[in-house]
Design a protein around this ligand. Sequence first.
Ligand code: SF4
Length: 683
Amino acid sequence: AVRPAPPMTRTTCGYCGVGCALDVVAEEDRIAAVLPARDGPVNRGHACVKGRFAHGYLTSPERLTQPLLRGEHGLEPVGWDEALAHIARGLRAAIRAGGPDAVAAISSARSTNEENYLVQKFMRVVIGTNNVDNCSRLCHSPSAAGLTASFGLPGGTDTFDDVERSDCLLVVGANPVEAHPVIGARLLRRVLRGARLVVADPRAVGLAPHADVHLRPRPGTNVALCHGLAHVLLTEGLVDDEFLRHRAAGLPELTGLLADYPPDRVADLTGVPAADLVAAARLYGRAERPAIVYGLGVTEHLHGTDGVRALANLAILRGAVGTGRGFGVNPLRGQNNVQGASDMGALPDVLPGYGKVTDPAVRARAEEVWGVPVPPRPGLRIPEMFAAARAGRLGALWVIGEDVCATDPDANRVARALDICPLVVCDELFLSETARHADVVLPVASWLEKDGTFVNFDRRFQRVRPAVAPPGRARTDFDTVRAVAEAMGTDLGCPTPADALAECARMSPHFAGLSHRRLDREGAVCWPCPDPDRPGQATLYRERFATADGRAHLAAVPHLPPGEQPDGDYPLVMVTGRRWAHYNSGSMTRRGGNLALDPVDHLDIHPDDAVRYGLRDGEPVQVISRYGRARLIARIGGETAPGQVFCSFHFPASGVNRVTSDHADTVTSCPEYKVTAVRLAAD
Ligand code: SF4
């Protein structure tokens, strides 16, 4: 007899922002194989080692399978009813003592759009506060702010299919070969087929050997670097005068500012030779269809939003956005659904679809759908939540899928904030660093066990479908939010994820044409998508920019120094980022085969510095900053420039984020992970 084929489920990878479509084969409720979908809109039959192989964590014996409640002997297993009753009592007590603003929630990219929608609805409708934020605060919040200021919307300007038609790629502060491997491969193929490539990154990242020009600015000097490129574009006439006349604003102010950024001065500020700067500007300036792709090396800075705006200036000067004569400015999001978490309004100042909470008309639309008043004052951002907790002003904090004690900067202070807060609730897969500080831990489903949608980095909604059931008594975040609301005496509505997206579509014109049924039929749809009968807008701004005056806005922002500079006590700069086999705090990728691929947390050190500090390859090394210390294994090599060291944040036990500083983007509070002054010591 022929055995029937095991069931196969089409879903979307929950790791990086590429959003690969995957076909998951399950047998007896265990995953047997994960296959890249040949018709996946972005991946087209490809996937990386994370999407394909990092699913062993699902059946890890460390997986949480029932709620935990802190008692006399620490966290102890309890039933859902007891856990929910405790949470409801704690939330009511926090509101009684300090009002609704004494409660806060942190959502994340691990939750679907529908879950993020429900979390922010819970906070606004049940608690009565805008104190809700998500993990984009720590990565691409400067992209949202910068792109909105320059063009009008907080997403990338073009799709990846557009970018792939470019004849000159400017890749800034990103290492897609490791962090977004499917896109790294597509970029490389484009270059091998003739596109010119400029890489701007302090490290010799994966694409650098293939670049026509590799610019290596000192960390914290992106704004100066972009202004140097812009200076060359202007002085050599490599700009689109007609576009600047009719579709842009701010040229006189920028022209005045750029007079201070000739290549020689920029060389002094950034460490990039003036000749390289000129060569790179000419490549970008003379291309017929230039495109910019960038990553967290642009955003995670004291002046990260200014960096995004300075980058956007280049595309505007060239008329390479909204014209088809180039493919704009496109952020590579580190996590799938970090775009969606923000789109759904899990932010303290905007409702679903980015309408400001301070705008009465925006609130009125939400109030019509929800039937309750929406608080008009913006809520707390994540760092402000921790500060409020340390000051005794926060009575309850709900952390959903984000291991803040491992991934947020200056982690010792984060842990202190959680210990002071009277009620900390944590939705988690494992007993994470954060869960260890919680009062209640709720066991939840992973992305392979739930139903909903994600939005990838080119604003593409795709379906997420459960391939297997969650273990034990674990529930989806969707169900936990509904259950907590019920325990507080409120029915949140939206009985299913499809209902939640439908309700969100009623609130925001950007999503009005979206539904689960449509996504099941079409596979993927980009937002803005105001009409159910018309395609979403994959490429933005063909008619007008989404700013108030319909123009793209050049930004005359000066270069300012980073929060920290190396000095006699801390002579090196530490930069953190991603490695190819792991994802974020590593809670999923370290519990399976991927650990064998990359088992140790390394500190990359330039050979000159290794000699200077007497360090040998493979030996333990301590990294010490003004904030704390971490222990890693030295890896000596030329990828990192002299005076800089690089490590990941995938191994919380190393303590890397006890070392990072609490300097943060002056506009969005995104941490400056890319510049921490450190010293090294043999361990
Ligand atoms: Fe694709 Fe990124 Fe998932 Fe890898 S981690 S399979 S590149 S979405």
